[in-house]
Write a protein that binds this ligand. Structure first.
Ligand code: ATP
Length: 352
C-alpha cells in the first residue's frame, strides 16, 4: 500500500530547478534510499518531506493526509515525521536519558521504562544513561539520536546521511543496526546518502537523482543490474562499458557474441557488464584458447579484491583495448599471462 506519495514536486531557488517534477510512491514499512551526486537535490527533497521547505508545485500525501500542495501545508512539527541528521544534533547539556526522553511527557509514569527500552533497542548500555553527548563516541551519539527520534513513534523516519561521520567499520555496523531497529519498529524510512554502496545495501527501493531529476527508481538489484544510462551504471558500481552491435538476443562486441536480455533494443549501442560477470582463466601455453582472450598488462593487488588490466589486441584497429576487471586475490594471473575471458549472464544494453 502506498504510504507516501510524492506527486510532481518541483522546487527552484533561482533560475535552475533544484527539483524538477519528482514522482515517487513509497510503500508502508519500506526502506527507500535517495542517492545522487552533490547538488542533485537529495537534501532539498528530504527537507520538503520534513516540512522545512515548501515546494513550488506538486503535492505530498502521507498515509492519506495532504501535507503540502492542493492548498495544504502542514507544519513540520505536526507531520509525525522523525529525523536523524548527519551530526545527530543532540542537546549537549542534557544527559543521554534526557536526550532520548526529550519528546516524552516529563511526568509520564512509564517515562524511565520507555527510555530504558529505547536504549536497549539501539543497543546502548544502561550505564550510559547519565552521560552527556561529549562523553560518547560518534556511533553511540548516532544511536542516541535514533532512539530520540524513535521515542515519538514516527510514522516516517528521515535519515539524512546519518552514517557519514563514522569510519568504515562502524558505518557498516550502524547501518545494519538502524535497518534492524526500523524494521522492528515497523517504521517507514527514507535515507539520503551520496554513498551508493550504502544505498544498495540499506534499502529495498533506491531513487537516483541527477540535476534535480529522478533518473531511476526501483529495487537495488534491478538498478545495479539494469541501470538506465552510463552515468547511473558507473555511479552505482564498477561497470565495464563496451560498444556493441545488437541483434535480437545477442551483442557482437570485443568479447565476441554475448547474450543480452530479451527485448533489448537492436543496432549500435553500449552494453554494460558488471566485473563479477567476468572470469579470467589462464590459457595453456602454446595453445591458442578459443573464444575471447587477452594478455595481462598490469595487476593491482588489493587483497580480496584485485584489479587486473587486460590488453586485447584487435585486428581491425591499430590500438589495443584495455579492460579493467576485478578478481578475487587468490585467482589472479600474473602480468604477461595469456587469459581466456568468459562472461556469465546476459549483458545489459543501455538506453543512451
Ligand atoms: N537554500 C538554498 N538557496 C539556494 N540554492 C540552494 C539552496 N538549497 C539548495 N540549493 C541548490 O539546490 C541544488 C540542490 O541542492 P541539495 O542540497 O538538495 O543537493 P544534494 O544532492 O543534497 O547535495 P549534497 O550531496 O552536496 O548535500 C543545488 O544546486 C544547491 O546549490
Amino acid at each position: 500500500m502506498t504510504f507516501l506519495t510524492i506527486d510532481a514536486i518541483s522546487k527552484s531557488y533561482g533560475p535552475t530547478p533544484a527539483l524538477d517534477t519528482i514522482d515517487m510512491r513509497i510503500e508502508a514499512g519500506g526502506r527507500t534510499a535517495i542517492v545522487g551526486p552533490s547538488g542533485s537535490g537529495k537534501t532539498t527533497l528530504l527537507r520538503i518531506i520534513a516540512g522545512f521547505e515548501t515546494p513550488d508545485s506538486g503535492a505530498l500525501v502521507l498515509d492519506g493526509r495532504a501535507l503540502a500542495g492542493n492548498g495544504a501545508l502542514v507544519p513540520a512539527h505536526k507531520r509525525g515525521i522523525g529525523i536523524v541528521s548527519q551530526d545527530g544534533a543532540l542537546f549537549p547539556h542534557l544527559t543521554v536519558a534526557d536526550n532520548i526522553g526529550f519528546g516524552l511527557a516529563k511526568k509520564a509514569a512509564d517515562r524511565n521504562q520507555r527510555i530504558a527500552e529505547l536504549m536497549e533497542m539501539v543497543e546502548l548500555d544502561g550505564i550510559m544513561a547519565a552521560r552527556r553527548p561529549h562523553q560518547l563516541s560518534g556511533g553511540q551519539q548516532q544511536r542516541v539520536a535514533l532512539a530520540r527520534a524513535l521515542a515519538l513513534k514516527p510514522r516516517l523516519m528521515l535519515l539524512d546521511e546519518p552514517f557519514s561521520a563514522l569510519d568504515t567499520g562502524l558505518r557498516d555496523t550502524m547501518r545494519r543496526t538502524v535497518a534492524r531497529v526500523l524494521r522492528a519498529a515497523g517504521a517507514t524510512a527514507i535515507l539520503v546518502t551520496h554513498d551508493q554502496a550504502e544505498a544498495l545495501s540499506f534499502a529495498d527501493q533506491v531513487a537516483v537523482l541527477r540535476q534535480g531529476r529522478l533518473v531511476q527508481f526501483g529495487p537495488p538489484r534491478a538498478l545495479y543490474g539494469k541501470p538506465r544510462d552510463r552515468e547511473t551504471a558507473t555511479f552505482l558500481g564498477e561497470a565495464i562499458l563496451l560498444d556493441a552491435d545488437i541483434v535480437p538476443g545477442r551483442a557482437e562486441c570485443i568479447l565476441g557474441s554475448l547474450a543480452v536480455e530479451p527485448g533489448s533494443k537492436t543496432g549500435q549501442a553500449t552494453i554494460m557488464l558488471r566485473p563479477e560477470q567476468i572470469r579470467l582463466t589462464t590459457a595453456v601455453a602454446g595453445s591458442e584458447p578459443d573464444g575471447p582472450c587477452g594478455r595481462i598488462d598490469d595487476v593491482e593487488f588489493g587483497g580480496g579484491d584485485c584489479t587486473v588490466l587486460v590488453r586485447i589486441d584487435r585486428t581491425d584497429r591499430a590500438m589495443p583495448d584495455f579492460l579493467s576487471i576485478k578478481c578475487v586475490g587468490f585467482e589472479i594471473p600474473g602480468p604477461g599471462d595469456l587469459v581466456r575471458i568468459s562472461v556469465h549472464g546476459p549483458a545489459h544494453v543501455l538506453a543512451d
